[in-house]
Design a protein around this ligand. Structure first.
Ligand code: SF4
Length: 121
């Protein structure tokens, strides 16, 4: 028995596939965000990079590259959106970091205003 495929069936199949592919992509993004777990400061990589969940508490003496104002939200590695309380980080796959955290992996986000230390009075 030979089955013929009509042009109408091909067009309908293409429309359904075209609608499903973006929907599946959105589901993948949601699942990825939901799968992030907060980074533990005792994580070996976090410890090695001096991760702190509050950038205002960085030990400046132990981290001479740190400048006040640097934090995850203005780091090139940060994957959260502006205004998010936390987001992913390229350094710590599978984990989220607070927007106000910091580590030695900090690199200024391209196009962001340079972070400068406040003027001394
Ligand atoms: S690499 Fe950047 S975004 Fe990631 S934890 Fe360190 S400072 Fe935050």
């Amino acid at each position: 028995m030979q089955k013929t495929i009509t042009r109408r069936a091909i067009v309908q199949g293409g429309l359904i596939a075209g609608a499903l592919v973006p929907a599946l992509g959105l589901m993948g993004n949601y699942a990825g965000a939901a799968a992030l777990t907060p980074l533990d400061a005792n994580d070996p990589t976090a410890k090695a990079l001096g991760f702190v969940s509050d950038a205002t508490k960085v030990n400046a003496a132990a981290n001479p590259t740190f400048k006040p104002g640097q934090m995850c939200s203005n780091c090139a590695q940060y994957l959260g959106k502006p205004g998010d309380a936390s987001g992913g980080c390229n350094i710590y796959a599978g984990h989220s970091v607070p927007a106000g955290a910091w580590c030695k992996g900090y690199a200024p986000k391209p196009g962001a205003a340079p972070v400068t230390a406040p003027a001394k009075k």
